[in-house]
Design a protein around this ligand. Structure first.
Ligand code: AMP
Ligand code: MN
Ligand code: MN
Length: 339
């Protein structure tokens, strides 16, 4: 039986390999991931950067737009020494590679650098990817961007080692919700097995990434969860649950914003609701909106309609006004984006 070919076209893979092979060891290579980076953004980028180093490339830098703050759980990822703040990125790199970025808006001030680069390779897995970049390794069926990054370093002939594998494993575990989500296929487990075989200790990694938070983060979570609202009639009776967190909440508990990233998980486990909304303040009147669905709503399309993006069942956008304004907007759109 011939399996249908999936993933990026062979020409795109060949072009990406050729773009790297065309460069000498002293070429300037800039790696970029999305604003407010998560485990997949950082893990796929740094793992690939380490792979370039193994190939003899000495001038590799990794960065992301905006405030230069790495969430504590990722601070010890291998390859962290590749990471520089946005203003230290190469001005005119010979090659740019972009990781886990659905749209140029997620590149902030670095979007122009990508557009100006002679070659830009985009590795991504968002259904909402807008199609920027000159070489495109984009596969919405990939569980994480690290799936694509691992394939590219394999095609470049770099063997997996424990450092590269740890980066890719963190990325894969993050985006599959610790191997729970629908995208957790046989191929995902096979990749995880190859990564673990380099000597990783999954228990240690999971504890560090997912199960270690400051006491204040737990108290903050208690408050944010305590104010959640359940609307059983929303989404045509399938239910909506939502809550919000302000900058004042973070200040009161002396916590950095990353501690809110995983708070959507206890909220989305509410049995009475298909759709979950977590509204996180980023500035006065400006909110990072996280959307989840259990299947009734295509939240990616809903988010795109608001200038954001994501996956069918997990997406986000930037909202304005008060949290209730943001939720009003989402509630109003639910029926338009029913699956
Ligand atoms: P989050 O709710 O932050 O965990 O994000 C869920 C998914 O939506 C991730 O794949 C994000 O990359 C994507 N996403 C979140 N916010 C935005 C945004 N403002 N624009 C585009 N994609 C987003
Ligand atoms: Mn991401
Ligand atoms: Mn991702």
């Amino acid at each position: 039986m011939t399996l249908p070919s999936i993933g990026p076209a062979a020409e795109q893979w060949d072009a990406a390999v050729a773009a790297v092979r065309a460069l000498g060891g002293a070429a300037e290579i800039q790696l970029i991931c999305h604003v407010s980076p998560d485990g997949d953004a950082l893990g796929s980028m740094l793992g690939f950067g380490l792979g370039l180093r193994r190939l003899g490339h000495t001038r590799v830098r990794a960065t992301f737009p905006g405030e230069f703050r790495v969430p504590t759980p990722y601070a010890d990822l291998p390859g962290m020494d590749l990471l520089v703040p946005e203003h230290e990125a190469f001005d005119e790199p010979d090659l740019v590679l972009v990781f886990d970025v659905a749209s140029e808006s997620r590149l902030g001030g670095l979007a122009a650098r990508v557009a100006a680069a002679p070659v830009s390779v985009v590795l991504d897995h968002h259904a909402s990817n807008t199609g920027f970049g000159t070489i495109r390794l984009v596969d919405p069926r990939a569980a994480a961007t690290s799936v694509l990054a691992e394939q590219l370093i394999a095609r470049l002939g770099v063997p997996l080692d424990a450092e590269i594998a740890e980066c890719f494993y963190v990325a894969l575990a993050t985006d599959t919700g610790s191997f729970k989500f629908d995208a957790t296929t046989v191929a995902v487990h096979e990749l995880a097995a190859r990564l673990i075989a380099t000597g990783l200790r999954p228990g240690d990694i999971s504890r560090r990434i997912f199960d270690t938070r400051p006491f204040g983060a737990m108290k903050l979570a208690g408050e944010v969860l305590g104010r959640a609202v359940l609307e059983p009639a929303a989404a045509g009776g399938l239910g909506l649950v939502w809550t919000y967190a302000t900058l004042a909440d973070l200040d009161r508990h002396e916590q950095p914003p990353y501690v809110l990233d995983t708070l959507i998980d206890p909220v989305r486990s509410v049995a009475e609701a298909d759709v979950t909304v977590l509204v996180k303040q980023v500035a006065e009147g400006e909110w990072a909106v996280s959307l989840r669905s259990k299947g009734a709503v295509d939240v990616s399309r809903l988010a795109i309609s608001q200038g954001g993006g994501g996956h069918r069942l997990a997406a986000g956008f930037t909202g304005f006004g008060e949290p209730s304004d943001v939720v009003d907007t989402v509630r109003r759109l639910l029926d338009d984006y029913r699956n």
